[in-house]
Design a protein around this ligand. Structure first.
Ligand code: PBG
Length: 307
């Protein structure tokens, strides 16, 4: 009877699994602050992809860790960058898997910032050029969609026109529209080695105290041509997910970020919570709040239980 009146359902097709590919390693390396999550070398990335595909997960979002960093984040946009190489390999072996490329520079710049820095300031418009080059090179490599995450002003419009000019009119953009400057990204910055070497990201990420700003950010990305919109982080921001849901008809993605994963794992490892039940509650809660899709490090575990 309870099933008959259930309002919210979680499906495998809702889940997007993050994948880290690392140019500096062979095999796989554990990420200490994210138990169960690994960085993979190019030699072992297909082992992870096979597991993901065999579990019935239909999409991944891919992040790269390069073997060189510089002022222009060259590794983000060069044709044989780590992510570009990985995408070519993945799409050749699994053409039906939806590969979303995180489009950012923080893993690739020597400053660890998401754009080009001059005199300790991140230059918005200058950064857009390199962000666009990154998106185009990722799509050239075979990405089905780009997900710009630097959250700078005008990033969707810049990438849309860059992709169109390169002949990729049909490639969609998943915009990290509502991205808060959050401490919940801590474990990710260990995983992807992308912490800023000075300052913080408050110049281009939002104040967690703001609600109306979220609607402005979403609306400007939608007007610029975003095909999917996103709220990130998720758990402490489910009111924002609902607000955004009520104000757009775009597919809405919630990013259940690294720190949210780490908190649940840590409590579970201590025997303080029932992990399986908590994870289901979190993910169903995000869907109830209004998310259509969830990027989550729990995707594989949840899909395995759904089998
Ligand atoms: C890159 C990026 C970040 C995350 C996704 N893309 C880090 C950041 O903005 O600092 C965080 C994801 C997570 O914490 O799981 N800009």
């Amino acid at each position: 009877m309870r099933d008959l009146v259930r309002e919210t359902h979680l499906a495998k097709s809702d889940l997007i699994m993050p994948v880290f590919v690392d140019a500096t390693i062979t095999g796989k390396e554990a990420i200490d602050s994210m138990p169960g999550i690994y960085r993979f070398g190019l030699d072992s990335i297909l082992d992870e992809i096979k597991e993901i595909v065999d579990l019935g997960i239909e999409s991944i979002i891919i992040f790269g860790i390069p073997d060189h960093k510089d002022d222009l984040g060259t590794g983000a946009w060069e044709a044989d960058g780590i992510v570009q190489q990985a995408i070519r390999k993945i799409k050749a072996a699994y053409p039906d898997l939806i590969v979303i490329a995180d489009t950012c520079m923080c893993e690739y710049t020597s400053t660890g910032h998401c754009g080009i820095v001059k005199d300790h300031e991140v230059l918005n418009d200058e950064s857009l050029k390199y962000n666009t080059k990154t998106a185009v090179s990722q799509v050239e490599a075979g990405a089905d969609m780009v997900a710009p995450s630097n959250a700078m002003d005008g990033f969707v419009a810049a990438i849309r026109s860059g992709l169109d000019e390169a002949g990729y009119e049909n490639t969609p953009i998943m915009a990290y529209s509502v991205k808060y400057a959050s401490s919940f990204y801590g474990p990710f910055r260990d995983a992807a080695d992308g912490a800023p070497t000075f300052g913080d990201r408050k110049g281009y990420q939002m104040d967690p105290a703001n609600r109306l700003e979220a609607l402005r950010e979403m609306a400007s990305d939608e007007a610029e041509g975003a095909d999917f919109t996103m709220v990130k982080p998720a758990m402490a921001f489910s009111d924002i997910i609902r607000d955004v849901r009520n104000n757009t008809n775009l597919p809405l993605v919630a990013y259940n970020v690294s720190g949210e994963y780490a908190m649940v794992k840590a409590a579970a490892q201590n025997g303080w919570i029932n992990e399986e039940q908590i994870v289901n509650e979190v993910l169903v809660g995000l869907k109830r709040a209004g998310a259509d899709l969830i990027i989550t490090y729990f995707a594989k575990e949840v899909a395995a239980r759904m089998k």
